[in-house]
Design a protein. Structure first.
Length: 271
């Protein structure tokens, strides 16, 4: 098996990895649910490469993301649900349908704003068609929040859920009220700690994070971008600790927590 620029080779490799007995034991153990976290991770790594302006890394990360698509398609094909070719056909059909100004002999000179209107209208039509194909849910209640996409990162989806709820007035009017909610959630985590209830601690931590996203929304900050920036800041400051200790001929393991904390405070000034 040799590398190739042809997508069919990647599909062949994935099929070989999933072949019973001769395939890879790890790949054979996977299913849609176990692979889903990797799919999300690879999408985030694509975004990270773009943020860093690293096109070489972007090429690699796009390949990793493409592998996720091929992996899911291979598992679906094994269940006789669909194959990779069906995925490609579906997206090409969708793109042709959503760009009538490009692929049809009409609306050839649409303004950018009108293009988005056409895109949104056709997306709504496609959504209605998909809903019509699903089994009937009778007279079940349709929530205001049902339009918020489920596949988004948790922080982004929390933001969208809150924004949707705010359209009907279910919202705070003052960021300080959100701060009070954050303090309340922190107190509830402390109470859960006192009871040593791990499930409750996890639930209350989720509530605290949801409240923090709400604060980000109220101060016009993107929680995903804010957390990425904080991650980068943490890495810079931790690297400062490592460099300083290395200059002294010491390792992290040889330093006390108090020493590392002092270096962290120094890093806050230096970085």
């Amino acid at each position: 098996m040799t590398p190739s620029r042809d997508i069919s080779r990647l599909i062949e490799i994935m099929a070989a990895l999933r072949t019973p007995v001769t395939g890879c034991p790890w790949d054979l153990e996977q299913n849609f649910a176990t692979i889903a976290p990797y799919t999300i991770e690879e999408a985030h790594e694509v975004v990270d490469a773009i943020d860093r302006g690293d096109l070489d890394d972007l090429r690699e990360e796009l390949g990793d993301l493409l592998l996720q698509v091929v992996f899911h398609a291979q598992m679906a094909e094994e269940q006789n649900a669909f194959a990779f070719g069906d995925v490609v056909e579906a997206i090409t059909r969708k793109m042709i349908r959503r760009h009538p100004h490009v692929f049809a002999d009409r609306d050839g000179n649409l303004a950018s704003s009108h293009v988005k209107e056409v895109w949104d209208r056709i997306k709504a039509e496609e959504k209605a068609e998909r809903a019509a194909r699903r089994p009937s849910e009778g007279t079940s209640h349709k929530s205001l929040l049902s339009g918020v996409k489920a596949g988004q990162p948790a922080l982004t989806r929390a933001m969208e859920l809150q924004r949707k709820a705010s359209t009907v007035g279910f919202d705070w009017n003052d960021p300080r009220a959100v701060l009070a909610k954050i303090r309340e959630e922190a107190d509830e985590i402390e109470a859960a700690l006192d009871r040593n209830d791990k499930q409750e601690m996890a639930e209350e931590t989720g509530d605290l994070m949801f409240a923090l996203v709400n604060l980000a929304r109220h101060v016009d900050a993107d929680p995903e971008a804010a957390l990425r920036a904080t991650n980068a800041k943490f890495e810079r400051r931790f690297a400062y600790i490592e460099r300083t200790l290395a200059a002294e001929g010491r390792t992290l393991e040889q330093a006390s927590l108090a020493e590392m904390d002092a270096l962290w405070n120094a890093a806050k000034t230096a970085t």
